[in-house]
Design a protein around this ligand. Sequence first.
Ligand SMILES: [Zn+2]
Length: 231
Amino acid sequence: MKLKILFFVIIIVFFLISIFIFFQKADEDKNPEVILKPEIIQQTESKKINGDSLLVQVNKQYCLPQDYVPSGLVHISEYGIPETKDFLLRKIVMPDLEAMVDQAKQDGVELRIISAYRSYQNQIETYNYWVDQLGLEEASRQSALPGCSQHQLGTAVDFNELEFSFTYTSAGIWLSKNAWQYGWVISFPLNSESITGYAYEPWHYRYIGKDNALKMQKSGLILSKFLEENN
Ligand SMILES: [Zn+2]
């Protein structure tokens, strides 16, 4: 009889351990470990990327080192620009950002910052969030792997709302017409996914400086191609 009970207990324990392992595994699948592919890291090192250059190429092929933190980060709140959290950006972008937000305001358009500098660590959270929401394949069309996000540069901003329909709002229209005059350009334009690797993001702008933005505007190139030609 005792032997039977012992056998029964062993079976139960084994069953519980199996269930535990199963759920552990399911959780791992949901949050895949974010590790850069070896070839991406190699490219980063061979290119000796200087993240502080306004024209550095950052995309699915060229990524920033894990420990890269841009120089001269400042709190946007010090500049009175509308934002949804206490965000940071590089000081070098602030005068033109301020001027742009002021001009938009005078034109009756409110530009609000909903994302700005994101550290490598922040990007792991952002990426995992989108994988949870959308699944791995769709997430990789919309969110960058840690190290490969322009947000780690401290010169990229998301405005107002992460919706396709932002295109047709007064803010979306205003930005697409005027942002380049303040050194800000759209990173992932419509119908460019085959080049940029990302779906259209009407809210995401990157600062490259007024002179560069003017050059880019004249060239008719999208940002990714413009950076390729100027590196
Ligand atoms: Zn963005």
